[in-house]
Design a protein around this ligand. Structure first.
Ligand code: SAM
Length: 263
């Protein structure tokens, strides 16, 4: 059995690992060679979550690999916003997550509802596999399905029906800014999860133009956005028949979530 305190302190010292994640690693029964391997990978900048293939998000532990964006603490604000604007009444709720990745947003949101049906879509087969594993591990009794779909086409939403809640944390980094990202992000998160096109708004533009048919009068739409994108994303949505209901800030006091409805 590993000496946990010693290992937690070492991990925190060399790699700025948060106490919570250091504990996850320390609690694993690793031999010296395995610990050395982890420390070497950390020294090269690989996030601990990718090494361990797990990350705490909201109330759960999610599997994460190089095929999915690491769940980010700031994205928890989106999950909280959904519960705030659509409290569970026990009635049936349909939830769509666009660009589901590890499934962290959809699965965490689903767990807040007694009677929800969830659909997660993504253009990455590998991400869908991880999302499915996470759903199986965390939300076994929930009705969640995952669909392969590229949303950059005219009729991606055809046949999906209408949803009460639509959530999305799409890629939103400007292509030109990708090179300047931290190694931990640009080298270990999939490019497909990051690149939001020339102005970073490609996915919001596409969503704004195509979401209407899968909404009804009371649908609430929750977008995670990048720093400073609120005015542009709101404009795009307004041009397509939606209005801004609320904004929510992240732990760094940056507007991170926009809530829209029809009208
Ligand atoms: C920023 S990540 C968000 C992942 C997860 N929802 C989260 O919040 O951690 C964006 C996701 O969109 C997916 N994606 C990228 N381009 C897409 C496309 N054209 N159609 C559907 N999904 C796409 C990526 O594979 C990635 O999983």
């Amino acid at each position: 059995m590993t000496n946990i305190r010693w290992l937690v302190d070492l991990l925190k010292d060399i790699s700025d690992v948060p106490e919570y994640e250091a504990k996850i690693i320390a609690e694993k029964q690793l031999d010296n060679a395995e610990i050395e391997q982890i420390l070497n990978r950390r020294r090269q900048g690989e996030p601990l979550s990718k090494i361990l293939e797990e990350k705490g998000f909201y109330k759960y532990i999610f599997k994460t690999t190089s095929d999915v964006l690491d769940p980010r603490a700031d994205s928890e604000i989106l999950v909280e916003s959904v519960s705030e604007f659509v409290p569970d009444t026990g009635g049936s709720i349909k939830i769509l997550d666009i660009g589901t990745g590890s499934g962290c947003l959809l699965i965490s949101t689903m767990m807040e509802y007694q009677n929800a049906v969830g659909v997660g879509i993504d253009k990455s087969e590998m991400a869908l596999k991880i999302a499915q594993e996470n759903a199986q591990a965390i939300a076994k009794d929930k009705n969640i399905s995952f669909i392969y779909q590229d949303i950059i086409c005219d009729n991606w939403a055809k046949g999906l029906g209408q949803f009460d809640i639509i959530i999305s944390n799409p890629p939103y980094i400007k292509s030109i800014d990708i090179d300047g990202l931290d190694v931990a992000v640009k080298q270990y998160d999939p490019m497909l999860a990051l690149d939001g096109g020339e102005d970073g708004l490609m996915f919001y533009r596409q969503l704004a133009e195509t979401l209407m048919p899968i909404t009804h009068e009371k649908t609430k739409i929750f977008f995670e956005i990048g720093q400073g994108q609120e005015a542009d994303v709101t404009d795009l949505m307004q041009q397509n028949g939606f209005s801004l209901l609320a904004t929510r800030k992240d732990y760094g006091n940056i507007i991170r979530v926009l809530v829209f409805e029809r009208g």
